[in-house]
Design a binder for this molecule. Structure first.
Ligand code: G3P
Ligand code: MG
Length: 256
């Protein structure tokens, strides 16, 4: 299959939610930590606040990763900025503020990093609206060689593809386990990649995906020895909470 995509030097290891083993997930601090640890790419989650501001955040709620309570969808930007989103992880991160998408894109650009931006669509929220807000900002901020937009949400991905074609926007299809009929959505979206739970991937499915010319990414391995067979199956990249653990074991970078 000839690729419609620009040459993307996808690294073997991508820091999940930033370097989330060492810094509070999905924060500017976690991305700086990833950069300092030598990671070239990060995976991040993006959602909309109640006032429509896109922010880097994983959960529907606030309690796990901040000193607030309630739902992200009820906040406006001023309220979101008042939260401490670092203290839960450790005193060294106390005072960290929720990153807007714009804050994060500025940092990624400054650090010359790539991003796998996951459009995180929580229950009762619109994937279409999220893609409409996020994708144009990504396209403005970063070159196509340094981004992949991924989602579990078919409507978010469909809208992303409606905004930009494959030469401008690499799309990654997220699936907890890859279904038997995985080809159809990939073809419909002109997908760049499939991202799946590494514990649920089979050698057979990995072989089919690679034979069809798609990139294959796995989340969220943190045990390099246990993951070793997956490299042998053709997995291109691992999205890990701590890529530094893989330093001695990961195969050399792919030549794209
Ligand atoms: O993008 C891979 C992975 O982040 C998907 O799951 O829940 O960690 O966002 P989650
Ligand atoms: Mg994610």
């Amino acid at each position: 299959m000839s690729s419609p995509y620009p040459a993307i030097a996808l690294p073997r290891l991508i820091a999940h939610r930033g370097l989330s083993a060492r810094a509070p997930e999905n924060t500017l601090a976690a991305v700086r930590a990833a950069h300092e640890a030598g990671c070239q790419w990060v995976e991040l989650d993006v959602q909309l606040l109640g006032d429509g501001t896109p922010v880097i955040w994983h959960d529907a709620t606030l309690s796990r990763c901040s000193d607030g309570k309630g739902r992200l969808a009820t906040l406006d930007l001023a309220a979101a900025r008042r939260l401490d989103v670092g203290g839960w992880f450790g005193d060294a991160f106390r005072g960290e503020r929720m990153a807007t998408l714009n804050d994060m894109l500025e940092l990624l650009d400054r650090l010359d990093m790539g991003v796998n931006m996951e459009l995180k669509v929580e229950r009762n929220r619109s994937g279409t609206e999220l893609a409409e807000v996020v994708v144009p900002r990504l396209l403005e901020a970063l070159p196509p060689e340094r981004m992949v937009v991924s989602s579990f949400d078919p409507l978010a991905l469909r809208q992303a593809r409606a905004i930009a074609d494959a030469s401008l926007l690499p799309i990654g299809l997220l699936a907890e386990s890859v279904p038997q009929k995985w080809q159809h959505p990939c073809e419909a979206l002109e997908a760049f990649s499939i991202h799946t739970d590494w514990t649920r991937l089979t050698a057979r499915r990995a072989g089919e995906i690679k034979a069809a010319g798609y990139r294959l990414l796995c989340y969220t391995p943190n045990d390099p020895a246990a993951f070793a067979t997956r490299w042998a199956w053709g997995v291109d990249s691992a999205i890990s909470d701590d890529p530094t653990l893989f330093a001695a074991i990961a195969p050399p970078p792919t030549v794209d």
